[in-house]
Design a protein around this ligand. Sequence first.
Ligand code: 8YV
Length: 309
Amino acid sequence: GVLMMCPMSSYLENELQKRFNLLRYWTSPEKSAFLETHRNSIRAVVGNASAGADAQLISDLPKLEIVSSFSVGLDKIDLGICKEKGIRVTNTPDVLTEDVADLAIGLILALLRRLCECDRYVRSGKWKQGDFQLTTKFSRKSVGIIGLGRIGTAIAKRAEAFSCPINYYSRTVKPDVAYKYYPTVVDLAKNSDILVVACPLTDETTHIVNRQVMDALGAKGVLINIGRGPHVDEQELVKALTEGRLGGAALDVFEKEPHVPEELFGLENVILLPHVGSGTVETRNAMADLVLGNLEAHFSGKSLLTPVV
Ligand code: 8YV
């Protein structure tokens, strides 16, 4: 049996239904009874960015062999326990990189050029009373990227096309990279107009954007988060924005999705998206194919397409 944790893709759900004995976790009203009933038949878990396989779920499923995640992020999976128990883990890297990087650039442009506000200006008829206020130029602004992995690099490449100097923070300097390295996020923020979060969520990167980083970015700086909500101290972000210590923020992710701090709803220097970084038909189908391909490979004894553990 394959346990799907929550609805994520109807294409994926249909294919899983065709090929395996599919169990839908979210449809069961009594979770512990459900797991008790199926504990000896579930050999695979399909999760995503909101529901993965934590220590509790893994201990409830003694026959679990593989966790195939419909996400590149692995923060909802207890990788340590999987390794220990010999449970394989796969994710969906590469196929979503372009979409997430495209969205990061879209967020920067939307924030600096106030696109959402401009649209509301036209629709509400205000244009007839006068022109829209001037906004902020994107091209040539310095872009600081936290995490220069697949997605961070794709964002850097795109920002290069806008003639932006690129800075980055990561745990170690990347060889063969011409961008400027800063050994701390505070230094990166101090030296960047736009700070983009693009690293995986781990214990070390939780609240990597704290009050000190926000103050280093400053009243003219803007924060873009396409990583994970807990990368940013959200309470401090609300304060920094409402007190005018930070110039603006464009966020695709939040600490307690789908809950977004309502203090942000009234701010015009903020853009709020419902975690749609990889949310295109093309990419979600490619992610589904990877989830399926990994499961098929595992159950037919072939090597996994995108193994993590
Ligand atoms: C989500 C993501 O998986 O890949 C990731 O890490 O955050 C997204 O692609 C999305 O929620 C799909 O359910």
